[in-house]
Write a protein that binds this ligand. Sequence first.
Ligand code: GRF
Length: 202
Amino acid sequence: MAVKIGVLVSGRGSNLQAIIDSIEKGYIRNAEINVVISNKADAYALERAKEHGINAVFLDPSGYDNTGYDREILYVLKQHDIDLLLLAGYFRLLGNEIIEAYRYRIMNIHPSLLPAFKGLHAQKQAFEYGVKVSGCTVHFVDEGLDSGPIILQSCVPVLPGDAEETLTARILEQEHIIYPEAVRLFVEGKLKIEGRNVVLIS
Ligand code: GRF
């Protein structure tokens, strides 16, 4: 049976697109994206989902507290029988209920080499700190902020003459490579969790 994927988004959705493309090209086999949920009505990610015949759901957070909103998400995920939940530019923190329901089945992509530069504007934080390398991280989501077990990372150099924007673009290219790769490894059953350590089974 195909692994059913749900994706939470808030905006542009370029990582969502990379995963859609990887499934359509057959790089990720035996998986399908069944639903994309956004907390923003105008998220371009919703358009991308619709263009590919994927259920696109705007869930309006107004009128809910965090727990209530997460329950709405959980309800939609259950409706679609989701096995794997991907955060792809989803700019809200998930509460314990979803995390427990999907323990080690929620992934996030973060635009820094964790554990450095957690939280918002990671590329800006790294650039302003003056690092010489940065990159991106795919990790499982736990109760902390960008703190779950690391699945894959990719490094990029910070080059002379870089601005925050050029560094961000260089990192994004790598995001579009390692996020689909992490999903493929999950779908193929090649990720084994040993404490904080995610072991890749060959
Ligand atoms: C990416 O930089 C990702 O690492 C971060 O949010 C951004 C989302 O971009 N979590 P997109 O919506 O996938 O284009």
